[in-house]
Design a protein around this ligand. Structure first.
Ligand code: NDP
Length: 259
């Protein structure tokens, strides 16, 4: 408890899934949390649920579209008005865009990059001036194991996630002298709506689900809370020398050559 006491955190895409788990864990550790989410009603419902479930929790829901830099700037300003300057940013909002490269539409390409890469940059750009001025801050970008390995048929999502790692490393180096840390988390399969949507889009959803559970050496997929606890660590003062780095959470799957 209280590993994030006194900190103000903004989490994008915090209405559900991994983002909601991070917001919940941050609040439980004493941070004031701003849930910046595309769907305003979901943001309000999740912020309320966190506040009700955690005594003393301070949460604020702000309707935010990460594809719009002005929307993220406004969310950061709103956070500052409510709780003070943002100490921790989690760029979590992301979407799956899986297509065949040659038949994919221009709109699919743009949609993927607008959320999965521009969205991360827009978040960084909105908080960096304040963090640099205060010479303190932690930015956590939610990448994916798709940032290192390619699954056929998933284009262009991994291209954007490779970019998230590049952005993390570049900004981590750029702002290290200002004591602003920029790190990434690369989850493997985590059980969220995103994963259920993907299973349901397959010709045999149950077979797809079973095949996914067989992939990791631990023979299960991850839970949003397991990603959240790593975000707590990176956000906290327990990780002051971890910068421009990425922590993989996949039960060992990326290290496995083959069985
Ligand atoms: P979900 O789809 O469950 O949640 C994503 C959240 O992001 C939703 O609340 C969604 O809102 C929000 N969002 C989408 N677009 C925007 C936008 N333009 N502005 C603000 N918020 C937006 O996904 P997960 O929780 O599974 O994924 C979270 C992150 O983790 C993503 O970056 C994803 O790529 C990454 N990841 C997930 C893995 C998994 O297996 N689940 C594995 C590896 C990485 P709305 O519902 O209103 O659209």
């Amino acid at each position: 408890m209280n590993r994030l006491a006194g900190k103000v955190a903004l989490v994008t895409g915090a209405g559900r899934g991994i983002g909601a788990a991070i917001a919940r864990a941050f609040a439980a550790e004493g941070a004031a949390v701003v849930l910046a989410e595309l769907d305003g009603a979901t943001a309000v419902a999740t912020a309320r649920e966190i506040a009700n479930g955690c005594e003393g929790a301070r949460t604020l829901a702000v309707q935010t579209d990460v594809t719009q830099s002005a929307s993220l700037r406004a969310a950061v300003e709103e956070a500052q008005r409510a709780f003070g300057p943002v100490d921790v940013l989690v760029n979590n909002a992301g979407i799956n865009v899986f297509a065949d490269p040659l038949t994919m539409t221009d709109d699919d390409w743009r949609r993927c990059f607008a959320v999965d890469l521009d969205g991360v940059w827009n978040g960084c750009r909105a908080v960096l001036p304040g963090m640099v001025e205060r010479r303190a801050g932690s930015i956590i970008n939610i990448a994916s194991t798709h940032a290192f390995q390619i699954i056929p048929g998933c284009f262009p999502y991994p291209v954007a996630k490779h970019g998230v790692i590049g952005l993390t490393r570049a900004l981590g180096i750029e702002y290290a002298p200002k004591n602003v840390r920029v790190n990434a988390i690369a989850p493997g399969y985590i059980e969220t709506q995103l994963t259920h949507d993907w299973w349901n889009a397959q010709p045999d959803p149950e077979a797809a689900r079973k095949a996914t559970l067989e992939l990791p050496p631990m023979k299960r997929i991850g839970r949003p809370e397991e990603v959240a606890m790593t975000a707590v660590f990176l956000a906290s003062d327990e990780a002051p020398f971890i910068n421009a780095s990425c922590i993989t959470i996949d039960g060992g799957r990326t290290a496995l050559h083959h069985e």
